[in-house]
Design a protein around this ligand. Structure first.
Ligand code: AQP
Length: 326
């Protein structure tokens, strides 16, 4: 069975976008691959933010993973910062990565554009990502298009190291998720729905109350037409709501257009809101059972024990090849 690794950053309560684009894919993949799922908390400090509680968000994210249906029997679940070998290997890989490669990363260019004060971590975090992947001999890394270049960097660094020191790392493959699953901001539907977005009205979070969710969907930006029709360019708002409805009901776009051919936007939005609220209420019910329970601690302890052994073995092999004193 191929090995897969994936994780989310605890930069805020996860959004409906994270759920549809990442967590639902994890659940789909958990029977297909030997799966490793982590909380990417080291990545969460790349861009310093003042208003988030890392510890609370980390526990909450684990509880949400479980509440959404990630099965701890099928996945190894762990917190990145608890396993010190990730950052340790990252340094070794940094010394096998060129400044030019990192400065050409689209995400770096985009996130540093026009800014004078950004951290060195913003430049080097793709190497930490390479370390997360390579330390476990990962075969498959599910990513959105925006992260594909980082998996390519991990491949390049691994190949370079293997050529220089002999076969050490497995060369990972990106698994690009379906483009249709990118969920957009409800206020500005040309922008991705993001955890750290400033405008709360554009983002549905998995811990929002049912009332808040309904209000946000009812107020979602649409166009002046009134036809429920999928057209990403001319009708980005309605197309986004169609995508949300499609992802949660499993219906096809044509089926949805047919279902709402005689409805106005208000009626369609109500149907979307009912569907989202139903799904999120179920998740929240399970979340309440997990958040204060020892299950989280037990799962993390097991995950850490297993991944530390694996990571240490890989780092030891790397150190032997380079010739560090041991
Ligand atoms: N709007 C989205 N639609 C579909 N998928 C999405 N993902 C994120 N937003 C959407 C997917 O969720 C995972 C999250 O990865 P992350 O936590 O490492 O950070 P991110 O991609 O930067 O997500 P956010 O929510 O936008 O976080 P912040 O605001 O902290 O930057 C990835 O698999 C991503 O594709």
């Amino acid at each position: 069975m191929k090995r897969m690794l994936t994780g989310l950053q605890p930069t805020g309560v996860i959004t409906l976008g994270n759920y549809i684009g990442a967590i639902k894919q994890m659940i789909k993949n958990q029977d297909k691959y030997e799966s490793y799922i982590f909380v990417a908390d080291l990545h969460a400090i790349t861009v310093p933010k003042e208003d988030f509680n890392l510890k609370e968000n980390t526990r909450s994210l684990i509880a949400l993973y479980l509440a959404c249906g990630i099965d701890p029997k099928k996945n190894t679940i762990f917190v990145q910062s608890q396993n010190e070998y990730h950052a340790n290997l990252s340094w070794v890989l940094e010394c096998n990565t060129y400044f030019g490669e990192l400065s050409r990363m689209h995400q770096f260019k985009e996130k540093s554009k026009g800014k004078e004060n950004f951290t060195a971590g913003l430049l080097t975090y793709p190497v930490l990502m390479a370390s997360d992947i390579l330390i476990y001999d990962t075969d498959i890394v599910p990513v959105g298009m925006d992260q594909k270049q980082h998996v390519e960097l991990a491949r390049d660094v691994a190949e370079r190291f293997n050529n220089k020191f002999g076969k050490t790392f497995v060369i990972p493959e990106p698994l690009i998720s379906d483009v249709g699953t990118k969920i957009m901001d409800l206020v500005d539907p040309t922008k991705k729905m993001s955890k750290s977005s400033e405008n709360q009205n554009g983002v549905i979070r998995l811990l929002d109350s049912s009332d808040e969710i309904r209000k946000k969907i009812i107020k979602a930006t649409t166009d002046s037409d009134s036809k429920v029709k999928f057209d990403k360019d001319k009708k980005p708002g309605i197309s986004n709501l169609i995508n949300i409805y499609k992802s949660l009901t499993g219906k096809e776009i044509e089926e949805i257009e047919e279902e709402f051919k005689d409805s106005n936007y208000g009626q369609f939005k109500k149907a979307v809101a009912d569907t989202v609220v139903k799904e999120i209420e179920e998740i929240q019910k399970r979340y309440k059972e997990y958040i204060d329970s020892d299950i989280i601690d037990i799962i993390l302890e097991e995950g850490l024990k297993k991944t530390r052994l694996m990571a240490k073995a890989k780092l030891d092999a790397v150190k032997r090849k380079i010739g560090f004193y041991n």
